[in-house]
Design a protein around this ligand. Structure first.
Ligand code: SF4
Ligand code: SF4
Length: 56
């Protein structure tokens, strides 16, 4: 399962910069992960200051 970003996201952008496959983009109220691209590497979860990316 791909990672998903919860509503805890504060749109800091740190995860998008770390994602090796550029699966993360800015959405309307939070950042979002494209499940077709996510390889479940966990880098986004490791850098997020609020723990928003979780394994779906
Ligand atoms: Fe990108 Fe890895 Fe996060 Fe998936 S788990 S969105 S590949 S950084
Ligand atoms: Fe949102 Fe966390 Fe990504 Fe920042 S690092 S944009 S808070 S999910």
């Amino acid at each position: 399962m791909a990672y998903v970003i919860s509503d805890e996201c504060i749109s800091c952008g740190a995860c998008a910069a770390e994602c090796p496959v550029e699966a993360i983009s800015e959405g309307d109220s939070k950042y979002v992960i494209n499940p077709d691209l996510c390889t479940e590497c966990g880098s986004c979860a490791n850098v997020c200051p609020v723990g928003a990316p979780v394994q779906g």
